[in-house]
Design a binder for this molecule. Structure first.
Ligand SMILES: [Fe+2]
Length: 165
């Protein structure tokens, strides 16, 4: 089955599909800039399927739903993990507990997981906003002191270091 046919089969809203395409494109742009070994095809597919869970729900559980769908569709564990760990700069087990999610570490680990999460934060419409702009938005939504703000800054620094190597 072709990539987009999977979304159509799930009756996925068009705006979700467009967002997934944009994140995929932006994630690949970032993957092309980093000077570390990176699986660009995995980044492309991970970006594409990162929000497939939104075909089912727009709640924070969409990451978990997405990973389940990906496993069911046999798209591969690496892509499932990208979807499962893409929210913000990840969710710790303690935060997962507070959010009522299955207690588990949802922080991105592989460079491919990190790049997709980062690209998702920077994607607006079809384009990319600056990290500063995206951080401002998250601070507004979550509050300055939310633990994910620091993780987002750390993720930004890590990826910039890969680019500037
Ligand atoms: Fe998402």
């Amino acid at each position: 089955m072709k990539d987009l046919e999977i979304f159509r089969k799930l009756n996925c809203p068009e705006n979700v599909i467009q967002h997934c395409l944009a994140v995929s494109k932006n994630a690949v742009l970032i993957a092309e800039k980093v000077r570390i070994p990176i699986d660009k095809e995995l980044v492309r597919l991970g970006g594409l399927f990162h929000d497939i869970g939104r075909c089912r729900t727009h709640s924070i559980r969409h990451a978990i739903e997405g990973s389940k769908l990906i496993r069911k569709l046999d798209l591969g564990e690496e892509i499932a993990n990208i979807a499962e760990r893409h929210i913000g700069a990840g969710i710790t087990p303690e935060e997962a507990k507070k959010l009522g999610l299955p207690v588990k570490d949802y922080t991105p680990r592989s460079p491919e997981e990190k790049i997709v999460a980062y690209a998702d934060n920077l994607t607006q419409g079809n384009g990319m906003i600056s990290f500063e702009e995206s951080l401002k938005r998250f601070k507004r939504e979550l509050g300055e002191d939310h633990p994910s703000i620091k993780r987002m800054i750390d993720l930004h620094k890590e990826i910039q270091a890969w680019i500037n190597r």
